[in-house]
Design a protein around this ligand. Sequence first.
Ligand code: FE
Length: 229
Amino acid sequence: MNRKTIFSLVIAISVIALAACSTAASTSTSSPTTNPISPTTVSNTTSNVTAPITANNTTTNADPNLACSGGKTSATVTPALTEGPYYKAGSPELANLLQTGMPGTKLVITGYVYDTNCQPVAKAWLDFWQADDSGNYDNSGYTLRGHQYTDANGRFELTTVVPGLYPGRTEHIHFKVQAPNRQILTSQLFFPGVVQNDSDGIYNANLLLSIQKNSDSWQGQYNFVVPAS
Ligand code: FE
């Protein structure tokens, strides 16, 4: 082979090599963008970041059936029920109604006060009163009676005992709730799974607490909805 032939061969080999590299390069650059793992990873990363933020901004472990939970933007006003004969005005400002040695099962109820547009109501007044573990009301003092106000996020927390039954009624906790400068809503909360619910003429299933029973106490949840205006 003369020089010209050798040169031509070198050129030809170089062109073939370049073409091969180009194909390989184009395969390697296109591979990540078409690889299904990549978008999945991005998607998972996004949801992993979003989930805790959402949980922290709303009710942690909230029952999706609660009014205004799960991203709902409207709700009907909490049903009103009779005040009953045992309300006493002037209860102490207390979020924890437990007293030392008080018999019964500890109950902690958490939730929010919303308006009908599911906007939280700050500084809403909540007044609770109830029977003790034996089904008796304190009508001479203020045991198991107390009022509190929602915080800036519309949240409240009540610590008390599971009320006992008394003749003619199922288990219930009385409450009054009032958004600042609005009308007072009077009603009662109920407990799921109580046999007497079905025979109680006042009972309303829309006022059922969401209850989780732990070994040493019960955790309850309820979101109140008050008129927007
Ligand atoms: Fe009662």
